[in-house]
Ligand binder design. Structure first.
Ligand code: NDP
Ligand code: PYR
Ligand code: MG
Length: 420
């Protein structure tokens, strides 16, 4: 059998290069069809939209379209590979949008010199889409980019590596802490990485009950503490008044390790110094901070999750971004705010506690999935993710005053993906 590398290359090369294509949704066979689709008929919706800009949602695909936009500066955990080498990931995100939430998606890879140039490029094309999913843009630039685009765009702008990751991490951690019998307010958390994912994960965890002073965040220079003078404004928020300087210092007695940094950075020796019943989220892709088989061979009282599809407990933003956009698009939310993010956290956390349908077991290859150490979070193939997250997010958008449309009547049916 071919190894995974060759299988992955073959998967991307055939039957056609890449993973996604465009489909026509109207008849386009006859002269009559073309007279409606193109000249002269197309002039009619143009005139309508020129008079009433909101009609763009009525006569074009804008309302069900999300642009996945990257500059390739932090491609998974592979580093700054540049725009073109990020394209398989961005096409992958587009595939996931379509497969899981029936959202049409274009991947756009932007070459730019300055941050302003990137912001201007995205802001200038934003109106073509219903939403913008920023992807794999490195910290700290990602923070200013997202802020500027939220201010300038009339549609939701969401940096997936920040907020998608944070939402799924929070949902998984709430469940894992409960399974391990730990109190979120007392949990000592080590976060390896201080970039896009790390900062957003820790900020959202604090909103969910974690105490800021119980977080030890590390970057390539070690623990982020109050006596460092090399911290950007985002890292400074996590500067801990501590004498701890290394991962070894910080992880001693910790309840939780969140890795959003790079491969193989957590050794078995360090894992052994953590508290009883520790929780390890080794989320770096494609190679986690510690491999599950090594972690489980080191001690048997832990819960381990990774970002990968080939181990139990996949803590990955795929569990969030298709569905949070589904809800946001369906009520035409102007932004994706904290209320919508918390609603998504609760929906994901709750779904893991419910019994798993046979179709999900068949897709995941499991005989059984029961809420517990090897099943802290739903599988991406679970069709209930779409209905439960999108409906919670849509309701939160309405309740928080950012929705442009009422709660969708078709949400009372069970599978939103089938009916949108
Ligand atoms: N499972 C999931 O859903 C997701 C996983 N991730 C993973 O998280 C990782 C980071 O992504 P992202 O935040 O977007 O990238 P960024 O480039 O924004 O941040 C990377 C961070 O990791 C730190 N880092 C790198 N190497 C080390 C090291 N040896 N020791 C300590 N810290 C280190 C960097 O430190 P410094 O600041 O000093 O440069 C930086 O703070 C990637 O591996 C990515 O795959 C990201 C998003 C989603
Ligand atoms: C999953 C993801 O978005 C990442 O690793 O960057
Ligand atoms: Mg990413």
């Amino acid at each position: 059998m071919k190894d995974l590398r060759q299988q992955a290359l073959d998967y991307h090369a055939s039957p056609t290069p890449g993973k996604i294509a465009i489909a026509i949704t109207t008849p386009a066979e006859t002269s009559r069809d073309l007279a409606l689709a193109y000249s002269p008929g197309v002039a009619e919706p143009c005139r309508e939209i020129a008079q009433n800009p909101d009609d763009v949602y009525k006569y074009t695909s804008k309302g069900n379209t999300v642009a996945v936009i990257s500059n390739g500066s932090a491609v998974l955990g592979l580093g700054n590979l540049g725009p073109m080498a990020s394209k398989p990931v961005m096409e992958g995100k587009a595939l996931l949008f379509k497969r899981f939430a029936n959202i049409d998606s274009f991947d756009i890879e932007v070459k730019h010199k300055t941050t302003d140039e990137f912001i201007n490029t995205v802001a200038n094309i934003a109106d073509s889409f219903g939403g913008i999913n920023l992807e794999d843009i490195k910290a700290p630039e990602c923070f200013a980019i997202e802020k500027a685009l939220i201010e300038r765009c009339k549609i939701p702008v969401f940096h997936d590596d920040q907020h998608g990751t944070a939402i799924v991490t929070a949902a998984g951690l709430i469940n894992a802490l409960e399974i391990q019998g730990k109190d979120i307010a007392q949990a000592k958390i080590v976060c390896l990485g201080a970039g896009a994912a790390a900062i957003a994960c820790m900020e959202l965890l604090i909103k969910c009950g974690v105490q800021r002073e119980k977080i030890y965040m590390l970057d390539t220079k070690g623990v982020i503490h109050t006596r460092r003078d090399d911290l950007n404004e985002y890292k400074k928020l996590f500067a801990n008044n501590t004498d701890k300087r290394t991962l070894s210092d910080a992880i001693d007695g910790a309840d939780v390790f969140v890795g959003v940094s790079g491969p193989n950075l957590l050794s078995p020796e360090l894992l052994n110094t953590m508290a009883d019943k520790p929780i390890i989220f080794a989320c770096s892709n494609p190679d986690p901070e510690i491999k599950p088989e090594l972690a489980l061979a080191t001690r048997d009282d832990l819960i381990i999750a990774t970002g990968r599809s080939d181990y139990p407990n996949q803590v990955n933003n795929v569990l969030c971004f298709p569905f949070i956009f589904r809800g946001a698009l369906d009520v035409r939310a102007r932004v994706i705010n904290d209320e919508m993010k918390i609603a998504a956290v609760n929906a994901i956390s709750q779904l893991a506690r419910e019994s798993v349908p046979a179709e999900v077991l068949a897709a995941s290859g499991d005989d059984e999935l029961v809420f517990g150490r090897e099943y802290i979070i739903p599988k991406p193939m679970d069709p209930r993710l779409c209905s439960s997250i999108a409906s919670a997010v849509a309701q939160a958008a309405i309740d928080s005053g950012v929705a442009g449309l009422p709660y969708p009547s078709n949400y009372h049916n069970s599978l939103i993906t089938e009916i949108t």
